[in-house]
Design a protein around this ligand. Structure first.
Ligand SMILES: Cc1cc2nc3c(=O)[nH]c(=O)nc-3n(C[C@H](O)[C@H](O)[C@H](O)COP(=O)(O)O)c2cc1C
Length: 156
């Protein structure tokens, strides 16, 4: 299962921590958008896309990157995010976009991340220290489950 993890992490480096944990568990190549532009995506069996959530969606640069991808032809993908809310519902826009682009989304992960935007700055932000060790352990657990799901969905 040759896997590529593409991430954007611009606010506090929160998503990068999760991206590294997932990539480490999957033995995946890990790239930012610039790296992904150079990569041969056809060479991968599974591509993972993640960033922080900004106004209810993944980062604009990641959405633009996906928008400009060629048709996925059923290639497997999964999405992840860190955010103030830590709510997987905020993955929906990117998941839909990937589906429209011909990708099969086989999983998603979300956790809380340090957020010091707007009024939260006055109090030093919310979720300070997140993602923490326990969040990263959950991300690794998710990645292990994903390996299994990849096998199952490949044989069906
Ligand atoms: C301008 C801005 C908008 C944000 N909008 C949301 C949002 O709509 N929902 C949410 O849960 N978190 C929101 N956040 C919090 C970020 O998603 C969170 O801090 C995330 O972990 C940042 O990831 P990064 O450090 O990898 O860039 C926002 C943060 C900023 C700076």
């Amino acid at each position: 299962m040759k896997t590529l993890v593409v991430y954007v992490s611009v606010h506090h480096g929160n998503t990068e921590k999760v991206a590294r944990a997932i990539a480490g568990e999957l033995g995946a190549d890990l790239v930012t958008i610039d790296g992904a532009r150079q990569a041969d995506l056809k060479a991968y069996d599974l591509i993972c896309f993640g960033s922080g959530i900004f106004f209810g969606k993944h980062h604009k640069s990641l959405l633009e990157f996906v928008e400009n991808l060629p048709h996925g032809e059923g290639k497997k993908a999964f999405v992840f995010s860190t955010s103030g809310k830590g709510d997987p519902a905020q993955n929906a826009f990117l998941k839909d976009l990937l589906k429209k682009k011909g990708y099969a989304v086989i999983g998603e992960f979300a956790c809380k991340g340090w957020d010091s935007w707007g009024p939260f700055r006055i109090i030093g932000g919310i979720n300070k220290g997140r993602p923490n060790e326990s969040d990263l352990e959950e991300a690794k657990e998710f990645a292990r489950g994903l390996k299994e799901r990849f096998r199952t969905t490949s044989s069906s």
